[in-house]
Design a binder for this molecule. Structure first.
Ligand code: FMN
Length: 413
């Protein structure tokens, strides 16, 4: 059914829009302030052009990669998205299962609603935990300890939002997390009965309450002022911590023995510092255009970061990926793996685990088709020769090509 209805990620987005309340859909779909960063991410990807190579045997194509010593079937991972548990009943588990079935990693967001231990047990596969640090750094360390005991294979520290994002759209829509019932949100909910009954209704029936943030340690003394997150968070424990520094990262490195990743790096100098701190990988990302509307895109930042890192860490890139060809462009720019947020979130909101799986199926089919179209059998061998950027010099002869890509019919250079 969903196979016929959703031919691409845009179709899943439309289905998600029909099922979710307006305020929840906008929270998932829109960026901060004037949506410039959102637009720039697409512009950055669209202006990268692929350079097809022809007459190569591409009958066997392998889109799999190795990441932190493990084999994954696609060059993708599901990044953390806070509202997964709000768009679908126990949505985080559904996303984790979809990722496990596709054999790619899943990242659980700090602001998730099902106990992390249950998601590890019921989701399976490769799971990472994403950490936001709120007002109390020591409380964050308690959460880190819990994530370690739960068995997450990697910890992802998100560092690009030291203060809460200016999401004017959410303020206008009257959205807060956890949700509050007001006349406006009540009308919005009633107009979307599939979400109201299928998601909120199921939580009320099974747990007797709307979803709460169960994976953030909130000390007793803060409980009274930890009721609000999003827009009106002033004075709340759930305000992001604006005093984090490199010393905090070093402390985390000492505490966390498994893979440690930093999410939200855009400057090559910061990428180098992260490598010096012993970090295993970074997300080159402007956070879905959700944070700093004037920030450079991850795609524009990527080449300088790849150069600065000199293969000392794994590089993950994201934001704006809606097609398999986008994934290949990011890899050709030098990323080791591409993270997706909205693509699977739309799928989840549209049809739960089946919808998230459909998003991954669509991307896989597009990746495989594009690999054939550009003459690529093994995704791990993609390189800069497979793309052209607007600033690139016109092609003349083969002088600019690597030895591999200038191979002739008999394999000769
Ligand atoms: C609705 C939404 C919620 C998100 N929540 C988080 C979060 O809690 N923590 C985080 O580090 N990133 C969060 N992100 C960012 C994603 O992890 C990822 O960087 C981004 O979604 C990639 O862009 P894309 O959605 O265009 O694929 C969120 C993104 C969206 C769209």
């Amino acid at each position: 059914m969903i196979k016929r209805k959703a031919l691409n990620i845009g179709d899943l987005r439309k289905m998600a829009r029909r099922r979710l309340t307006k305020s929840l859909f906008d929270f998932c779909d829109k960026g901060s302030e004037d949506q410039i960063s959102m637009r720039d991410n697409r512009v950055a990807l669209d202006r990268i052009k692929l350079m097809p190579r022809i007459l190569r045997d591409v009958s066997k194509r392998d889109p799999g990669i190795e990441l932190f010593g493990k084999r994954h079937d696609l060059p993708l991972l599901i990044g953390p998205t806070g509202p997964a548990g709000f768009v679908w009943y126990r949505g985080e588990t559904a996303l984790a299962r979809a990722a496990a079935a596709a054999n790619i990693p899943f990242t659980l967001a700090s602001t998730s609603n099902t106990d992390m231990e249950k998601i590890i047990a019921n989701g399976g596969g490769t799971q990472w935990y994403q950490l936001y640090v709120w007002q109390d750094k020591e409380a964050a360390m308690v959460t880190v300890e819990r994530a370690l005991n739960a068995g997450f294979e990697a910890l992802v520290l998100t560092v690009d939002s030291p203060v809460y994002n200016n999401r004017e759209i959410d303020i206008r829509n009257g959205l807060v997390f956890p949700p509050r019932i007001t006349p406006r949100t009540a009308i919005d909910s009633v107009l979307h009965p599939r979400w109201l009954i299928g998601t909120m209704g199921r939580y009320m029936l099974s747990e007797g309450r709307i979803p709460a943030f169960t994976n953030i340690h909130i000390p007793e003394e803060h409980k009274a002022n930890a009721t609000r997150y999003v827009s009106a968070a002033t004075g709340s424990f759930l305000n992001r911590n604006d005093s984090l520094d490199w010393d905090f990262l070093k402390r985390l490195r000492d505490l966390w023995p498994r893979k440690l990743l930093v999410k939200g790096i855009l400057h090559p100098g910061d990428a180098r510092f992260a490598a010096d701190c012993g970090v295993d990988g970074i997300f080159v990302s402007n956070h879905a255009g959700n944070v700093n509307d004037a920030a450079i895109t991850g795609w524009d930042a990527l080449p300088a970061i790849v150069e600065a890192v000199e293969k000392r860490m794994t590089i993950i890139a994201d934001t704006g990926v809606r097609r398999g060809s986008d994934v290949l462009k990011g890899l050709a720019l030098g990323a080791d793996v591409i993270a997706i947020g909205r693509a699977t979130l739309y799928g989840l909101a549209a049809a739960g685990q089946d919808g998230a799986t459909r998003a991954l199926e669509i991307l896989e089919a597009e990746i495989r088709r594009t690999m054939a179209a550009i003459g690529l059998s093994d995704i791990a061998s993609i390189n800069r020769d497979y793309i052209r950027l607007p600033g690139d010099l016109p092609i003349s002869g083969t002088a600019h090509l690597s030895r591999d890509s200038s191979r002739g019919p008999g394999g000769e250079s």
